[in-house]
Structures are given as structure tokens and as C-alpha cells.
Design a protein around this ligand. Structure first.
Ligand code: CA
Length: 252
């Protein structure tokens, strides 16, 4: 199975800096979105470190390396374990940057990472950047946000509608740079031809309802570039309160 992909980011209509970063690496079939946070441009640095270190790890470790000096979760295939190890290494890199430069203290970043290997698409994430699967006209969310409001919804303490308006909706409970060890959540999807995976920052999902995201992606099924542009435009038309990033990956 082959994939084609496209990604786009925009500063939005309210912010001075774009702290989101993304990567579309067709050859390695690696796709990333990271959403940085922290003052004085530190958010931009954190998301850049995450993207660079994950891609470096994936590009420089081979699938068939005989040794594996990292944690290994036997519930997942090798490619998923590589992706999770890459995310954990990115956490170390963000922490290391803060140790070296006091001005970066307090920075952090989310990441949602997608690696396609043969017919299996692995997704690993930390924070509230999301992955969705659009298949047969349906949109399903692959990731569960590591955010305070999401956890309240899961515990039955808030409704989804309350969570969307809640003053603490931007509080994330897991991030790269937040602790010495980070545990990414991971999943594996057996891809079908024509599947579209969307990776995005909360600047998209906080502004644009899922029904509209689905409509845009399915209306531009053959044109990922146009679909990405329309997703960005939709976020900005609704106020563009945050940086917005969308990466679309289609199996063909
Ligand atoms: Ca954001």
C-alpha cells in the first residue's frame, strides 16, 4: 500500500508566532504535528525539537536493527515501538534544551506522530493534538486528548459541550518537556485503500466542528492540498484564535 500526504500550517488571526510545527516525510512514511507552548519563542523551539528529533530517530534506526536498546511493548509491532521510542527521545531532547538554556524553562510541546509500515498505520501521541481516520464517509477520532477537560468528560463530570466552552479547555495533562519520563499513547490501524488520516493541532479542532472537518476532507477527496487549505481557512473564518495545522495522509 502506498501513501500520499500533504501538510499546511498557519499562524491564525490572533497570535504573533506560529508555535506549531509539522513534518511530511513521504519516503519514511512519517508524519508529525507538534504544538509548542512557552513564552519568548520557546514554544516554537519545543515543537521544532520534537519534530526534528522524532524524524532523526525514525530515519536513523532501521526496522531490522538486531539490537533494541529501548523499552519494548510487546502489544505493539516493531514500527509502533520505534515511533514510541522516538517520542520518548523527543521528550529527553526538550528537557535537555531547557537544562542548557534557562530562558527555555517551562516550554513544552504536544506531538501526534503517524508511521505507515506496509498496511499498518501506527499513531502515537502526547497532549491534545489529534489523529482522525476518515473512512467510507465517516470520521473517527483515533487519539484521546491528554487534557483536563477530556479527562473530565471521560469521568462523566463534564459533557462534551461543556468541555468545549470550559475555561480550562487548554490545560493539557501530558506534554513533551513536562516530566523526566513521558508515556505516549499508541494505536495501530490496518489501513484500507482510500483511508485518509488527519493529524492536527487544537487550533483546528478548537475552532471547526468535526462534521465540518469531515465535509471538507470528503469534498476534496482527490486533492489533499486543497483540503488542507480549506481546513485552515475554516479555522480562520471562525476566528483563528490559535495556530492551526493539518496534515492529511491518504492510502492509495
Ligand atoms: Ca495550540
Amino acid at each position: 500500500m502506498d501513501v500520499k500526504a500533504y501538510g499546511l500550517t498557519h499562524v491564525g488571526r490572533q497570535r504573533q508566532h506560529n508555535e506549531d510545527a509539522f513534518l511530511v516525510e513521504d519516503d519514511a512514511r512519517l508524519f508529525l504535528v507538534a504544538d509548542g507552548m512557552g513564552g519568548h519563542a520557546a514554544g516554537e523551539i519545543a515543537s521544532r525539537i520534537a519534530v526534528d528529533s522524532i524524524s532523526e530517530f525514525i530515519l536513523h534506526t532501521k526496522e531490522d536493527d538486531g539490537t533494541w536498546p529501548h523499552a519494548y511493548d510487546e502489544h505493539f509491532r516493531r514500527s509502533t515501538n520505534r515511533l514510541m521510542a522516538a517520542v520518548r527521545m523527543a521528550n529527553s531532547r526538550v528537557l535537555e534544551a531547557m537544562r542548557k538554556d534557562a530562558r527555555l524553562r517551562g516550554m513544552g510541546t504536544t506531538v501526534v506522530a503517524c508511521l505507515a509500515d506496509e498496511g499498518t498505520v501506527s499513531v502515537a501521541h502526547v497532549g491534545d493534538s489529534r489523529a482522525y481516520l476518515i473512512r467510507a464517509g465517516q470520521l473517527s477520532r483515533i487519539t484521546n486528548d491528554h487534557s483536563w477537560v477530556f479527562e473530565q468528560v471521560q469521568a462523566g463530570m463534564l459533557t462534551e459541550a461543556e468541555a468545549e466552552k470550559h475555561p480550562l479547555r487548554n490545560v493539557i495533562t501530558r506534554a513533551l518537556g513536562g516530566a523526566l519520563q513521558v508515556t505516549p499513547d499508541a494505536s495501530e490501524t490496518e489501513a484500507q485503500k482510500g483511508d485518509v488520516f488527519l493529524l492536527c493541532s487544537d487550533g483546528l479542532t478548537g475552532m471547526v466542528p468535526e462534521s465540518e472537518i469531515l465535509r471538507i476532507v470528503t469534498a476534496n477527496d482527490g486533492d489533499l492540498q486543497k483540503a488542507c487549505q480549506q481546513l485552515i481557512d475554516a479555522a480562520n473564518e471562525r476566528g483563528g484564535l490559535d495556530n492551526v495545522t493539518a496534515v492529511l495522509v491518504k492510502t492509495v
